[in-house]
Design a protein around this ligand. Sequence first.
Ligand SMILES: OC[C@H]1O[C@](O)(CO)[C@@H](O)[C@@H]1O
Length: 502
Amino acid sequence: MADDKQFYSKPFIVLCWLIAAVGGLMFGYDIGISGGVTAMDDFLLKFFPAVYAKKRFAREDNYCKFDDQRVQLFTSSLYLAALVSSFFASKVCTKYGRKQTMLVASGFYLIGVALNAAANNLIMLIVGRILLGFGVGFGNEAVPVFLSEIAPLNYRGAVNILFQLFVTIGILCANLVNFFVSEFHPWGWRLALGLAGVPAFMLFLGSFVIPDTPTSLIERGQLQNGRTILQKIRRTEEIDNEYNQIVHASELAHQVKNPFKKLAQPSSRPPLVIGMLMQVFQQFTGINAIMFYAPVLFQTVGFKNDASLLSSVIIGLVNVFSTLVSIKTVDKFGRRALLLQACCQMFITQAVIGIILLTDLKTTGSLGHVEAIVVVLLVCLFVMSFAWSWGPLGWLIPSETFPLETRTTGFAFAVSSNMFFTFVIAQAFLSMMCHMRATIFFFFAAWILVMGLFVVFFLPETKNVPIDDMNERVWKQHWFWKKYMDCDHDENGHKVPNQVHP
Ligand SMILES: OC[C@H]1O[C@](O)(CO)[C@@H](O)[C@@H]1O
């Protein structure tokens, strides 16, 4: 029996998961903070005086109060930056490892936060936000892959979902901060933006403490080191099976010189299409219309400033606790069951919110007390179902379906799809609400129907399937995806086995 001291202790292993998941906290905080900050008068007065004036005097049109492209640019510039940087991040992640990629992310975060908190003009504000976006691009690429690779096989799903759990905690912290600092005039918004420095610094320090994943070490030729870390994190010397699997996967990965080419081959289509669509659909649930603009949304339907911030804190709490449900259930009920149940709940809630706003706001111009409470309750029910389904599984499924040779590059496509559509919704939502009015909720409901059908017909169950067996056990058995397997070709059009693409 080996000396126990040579292994990492259990608390240290859990600490490593949590340190990595702080990347999610940063992302969530950035998501949650912008809606509250753009609802603060001091902030609007300093950077967007015209919008401030519109907000004060244009009471007659509830839907269009905050429709201003520049305010939306503040929120959405981060996502464009993240979109572009995730491809650079995938290269860094393969070449220098997951740990170094997280360190780079924390560096971007720290500089971005400093610029934002000290901003004296719009340029500083937007440049800071773009740097935060680079941080998100690097962090969101490295963290889910790190968690999936470092987690023991039997609770990989739960460990991976720590990322999304921390996203939701970040959003909640941001909502709480917004609620309290809105009283501090005129610099409350600086505090709100500056407090993002806390998780950024935690990630920075943590990046020195955690080991890299055995997969990444082995892939980068550090076989002995990879083996030792594997023994330490599994707390046993009997790791030969897993070690050999990783070495085999890494040999296959080395045969692939150009992961983009490999991704263009038919056999990569199932994970690529599914990985990207999971993220696209996640955004088309309308979740970020709620998350970014919850305070604005509640003001729009007639809540006072404090009440609307408080309602978003409640939504934040629902989001966190419902994500815990998915950690408990994802490996028991499976991915499909969670996604389909949520589609039903989300469809009904979006549609009913649309009906209430359509009928009530049209006749009275603002919501009655009871209707307003019902809307908040419906929003909570909507967020609840999102949080145990499309939220975490949007990250989990892409992280478990790509083979090692295309993992970081394929995952970058998934991350950037998320960022692109987060950007689109952030940029377009206020204008859409202004033009489509309450019908926007029917727009999202229609998408939810489409994604439900997609799950029924095209999403195979991946619960309890080892990553390296996806091709055999999932794709080759699926009525639709099987036709893409075993028909890869080289540059001369000759058929090649689907693993090898020099
Ligand atoms: O919890 C909600 C949040 O989760 C995400 O979907 C990321 O998975 C964000 O886009 C959203 O704001």
